[in-house]
Design a protein around this ligand. Structure first.
Ligand SMILES: Cc1ncc(C[n+]2csc(CCOP(=O)(O)OP(=O)(O)O)c2C)c(N)n1
Ligand SMILES: [Mg+2]
Length: 599
C-alpha cells in the first residue's frame, strides 16, 4: 500500500492476475522488474512465482500451460535485454493463437529519452513496444500509476477475446511503485462476462448443411481452432452423424482420436496417404479453424494436399483474416468453430436429415483402400532394428510407451515430422507442437508448463539434440521446482531437418548443419545423460529401439525429472503423400502416390 492507502501499479497487476485465477507467473529478474517481483512476494500464498534461467523458457511454459488448461498465465521480465529475450516466445504464441500476458519492465518515466541503462531510446523513448509490435496482439504501456487499472483490464480482454494471442504490458520502473488505485478492476465487471463464441450467419449455416448433405466425397479438415476452441466433442458428433472422414492439419492432430474409424490422420507435405488422397479428391471440404499454411498445403501446389477448386471449400474461422487467404472459398464463415458445429447439428435436427448411406459407403470404401496402401508402405520401417535407432521406430516406440493420458510436447525439427506421422494422439492435448513460428526450444521448455498444468499426467518432451543444447537450462528449473518431466533427446548429432534440405535441394553441399569433433571428425555432442546427472536429473542413454519404450516407461515411473539420450538415425526423412517447395531450389517428391489430376 502507498501513503494514501492506494495499491501501487505492481500490486494492481498482481491482484488482477489473482482475480483472473492465474496460478503461476514465470519469469526472470532484473533491476527493471524488482518492484513487480516485490508485489508477487507479498501475494506469494495466492500466486506462485517460477524463476527460470532464460526468459524464452518462461514464455514457452506459459504458452503450453494454456494449451493444456485453457487458463492464461503471465510472464515477468526486466527492461532491456531481459525482455529482448521474449520476442521468440511471444511470436510463437501469437502465430499459434495462444494467450499469455507478458509483463515487461522498462526504464523510469522520468528518465525516458535520456539513454539510461538498458533504455531502447535511439528512435523513440522507452521503445520496447516497437520491438514486439509484430509479435503480439497489442502492447499497453501505462506511464502513470493511475493508468494501470485500465491497462491491465484492457490487456487481459484483448488477449482472450476474438482470436486469442499474447499481449504485452510494458511497465516503466516507477509505475510499479506509483499509487494506482484503491481497488483493482473486477473481472466479473469487465472481462469474465464477454463471450467471443460467435455463431455463423444462419443462411451460411443452412448453405453449409446443403453442401454437406449433397456431397459425394466430403472431408472435414480440422486445425487448432477445434482443439483449443473446445470443439472436439461436437466435431465427433457431426462426423459420425454424417459419416464424414476427418483429416487434420499438424496442429489439429488429436482433435479426433487417431484410432477412430473416420480419422484419416495428417494432411501435409509429409501427410498420411489416406488423408492427403482423400482431401485432394474431396468435392466438399469443410475446414474448421485451420490456416492452410504451406506445410499443410504442400506449398499450395494443387493435387498434393488439396485441389481447390474444383473442391468446394467451406472455411470456418473466428478470424476472417484467415478465410480466403490462400484458397478461394465456396463459403466462408466467420464463427467460433464450436458454435458453428452446434448450429450445424441443430440444423440437421431441424431437417431430420439422414446421410445417404450408399453414396457414403463407396467413398469410405475408397478411403479404406488408401489406408491399406499407406499401411503397406510404412510396414517395413517398423521391423528395422539398427543402431542408431530407425526414426520411424523411435517415434513408434515412444508413442507405444505413453499411457492414454500422457502429454507429449514436441520440439521443432525432423523429430516433429516423424512424431506427426507415427504418434496416434487420442485426445486434443495428447500431442502438443508449434506450427506457426516453430522456434527451437518450444518443446524443451514447454513440457515444464504442461506438467504444472497437469501434475497427474505423464508429460514427455521429445526434442532435438540441437534444441536441447540450446535450452539445457531447463534441467535446473525442473530440479528447483521439482517438476517431474521426461525429456527424450532425439540425438542425431545434427540440425538434421536442415541438413536434410541441403541433401535434398542442394546436392549434399553440407555446411553448418552437423556437430563433429575437430580431431576425430566423428559426430560430436555433449553426453546429455551425464549433463542431466550433473544437474541432479536422472539421465540414461539408449541406442536400441527395443529399449526405448522401456526407457520412456521408466522415466515416467521415476516421478522425478528424467532425461533419455536416444541415439536416433539422421539419414532418413519421413516421406508422405505431399510435397514441399523451396522457391528457387525446387520441389520434393511424394514418397507415396502421385499428384492427383482431375480426369
Ligand atoms: C531458434 C531457432 N533457430 C533456428 C531454427 C531453424 N531450424 C529449424 S529445425 C532446425 C534443426 C533443429 O535441430 P535439432 O534440434 O537437433 O532437431 P532435428 O531436426 O535434428 O530433429 C533448425 C536449426 C529454428 N526453427 N528455431
Ligand atoms: Mg538433431
Amino acid at each position: 500500500m502507498t501513503a494514501n492507502n492506494a495499491l501501487n501499479g505492481g500490486q494492481v497487476i498482481v491482484d488482477y492476475l489473482i482475480r483472473e485465477k492465474v496460478p503461476y507467473v514465470f519469469g526472470l529478474c532484473g533491476h527493471g522488474n524488482i518492484s513487480f517481483i516485490d508485489a508477487l512476494y507479498e501475494r506469494s500464498s495466492d500466486i506462485k512465482t517460477i524463476s527460470v534461467h532464460h526468459e524464452s523458457v518462461a514464455g514457452f511454459m506459459a504458452d503450453v500451460y494454456y494449451r493444456i488448461t485453457g487458463q492464461p498465465t503471465a510472464t515477468f521480465t526486466s527492461c532491456g535485454p531481459g525482455s529482448a529475450n521474449m520476442p521468440i516466445c511471444l511470436a510463437n504464441a501469437f502465430f499459434d493463437s495462444v494467450p499469455f500476458l507478458a509483463v515487461t519492465g522498462n526504464v523510469p518515466t522520468g528518465q525516458f529519452n535520456r539513454g539510461a541503462f538498458q533504455e531502447t531510446y535511439r528512435h523513440y523513448q522507452a521503445d520496447f513496444p516497437s520491438t514486439v509490435r509484430a509479435y503480439c496482439k497489442r502492447v499497453f504501456q501505462p506511464t502513470r500509476g493511475d493508468m494501470v487499472p485500465l491497462a491491465i483490464r484492457q490487456a487481459w480482454k484483448t488477449m482472450v477475446t476474438g482470436r486469442p494471442g499474447p499481449v504485452v504490458l510494458d511497465v516503466p520502473f516507477d509505475i510499479f511503485k506509483e499509487a494506482a488505485a484503491t481497488e483493482t478492476p473486477r473481472p466479473e465487471e469487465w472481462n469474465a462476462n464477454i463471450s467471443s463464441r460467435c455463431g455463423a450467419d444462419p443462411e451460411g449455416v443452412a448453405k453449409a448443411v446443403d453442401m454437406l448433405l449433397s456431397a459425394k466425397r466430403p472431408v472435414i479438415l480440422v486445425g487448432q481452432g477445434v482443439k483449443y476452441g473446445g470443439a472436439a466433442a461436437d466435431l465427433l458428433r457431426l462426423a459420425e452423424r454424417l459419416q464424414i472422414p476427418v483429416a487434420c492439419s499438424a496442429s489439429g492432430m488429436g482433435a479426433i482420436d487417431s484410432e477412430h474409424p473416420l480419422a484419416l490422420g495428417l494432411v501435409a507435405r509429409n501427410g498420411h496417404y489416406q488423408a492427403n488422397h482423400a482431401a485432394r479428391q474431396a468435392d466438399v471440404l469443410l475446414a474448421l479453424g485451420v490456416r492452410f499454411d504451406d506445410r499443410t498445403s504442400s506449398s499450395w501446389l494443387p493435387g498434393y494436399s488439396f485441389t481447390i477448386p474444383p473442391t468446394q471449400l467451406i472455411h470456418v474461422d473466428i478470424d476472417p483474416d484467415e478465410i480466403a487467404r490462400n484458397y478461394p472459398v465456396a463459403l466462408g464463415l466467420m464463427a467460433d468453430v464450436r458454435t458453428f458445429l452446434r448450429q450445424v447439428l441443430a440444423e440437421l435436427d431441424h431437417r431430420k436429415s439422414r446421410t445417404t448411406g450408399l453414396a457414403r459407403n463407396a467413398w469410405l470404401d475408397d478411403i479404406a483402400g488408401y489406408r491399406k496402401a499407406w499401411d503397406a508402405f510404412i510396414a517395413p520401417g517398423f521391423q528395422v532394428d539398427t543402431t542408431p535407432i530407425h526414426p520411424q521406430r523411435a517415434a513408434h516406440e515412444i508413442d507405444k510407451a505413453l499411457p492414454e493420458d500422457a502429454i507429449l510436447v514436441s520440439d521443432i525439427g525432423i523429430h516433429h515430422n516423424w512424431l506427426l506421422q507415427y504418434c496416434k494422439p487420442k485426445r486434443p492435448d495428447s500431442l502438443v507442437g508449434s506450427m506457426g513460428f516453430g522456434p527451437m526450444g518450444f518443446g524443451v521448455a514447454g513440457v515444464l508448463g504442461a506438467k504444472l498444468a497437469a501434475p497427474d499426467r505423464p508429460c514427455v518432451s521429445v526434442c532435438g539434440d540441437g534444441a536441447f543444447f540450446m535450452h539445457a537450462s531447463v534441467l535446473g528449473t525442473a530440479v528447483e521446482y521439482n517438476i517431474p518431466v521426461v525429456w527424450v533427446v532425439w540425438n542425431n548429432y545434427a540440425y538434421a531437418s536442415i541438413r536434410g534440405l541441403q541433401r535434398g535441394f542442394l546436392e549434399g553441399r553440407e555446411l553448418a548443419t552437423d556437430f563433429r569433433h575437430p580431431e576425430t571428425g566423428k559426430p560430436y555432442n555433449p553426453d546429455f545423460a551425464a549433463m542431466a546427472r550433473s544437474a541432479g536429473v536422472e539421465g540414461v542413454s539408449v541406442d536400441r529401439a527395443a529399449d526405448l519404450a522401456d526407457a520412456v516407461r521408466a522415466g515416467i515411473a521415476a516421478g522425478r525429472p528424467y532425461l533419455i539420450d536416444a541415439n536416433v538415425g539422421a539419414d532418413l526423412n519421413p516421406g508422405g503423400a505431399g510435397v514441399w517447395e523451396l522457391p528457387g531450389l525446387g520441389q520434393s517428391k511424394p514418397a507415396i502416390g502421385d499428384r492427383y489430376r482431375i480426369a
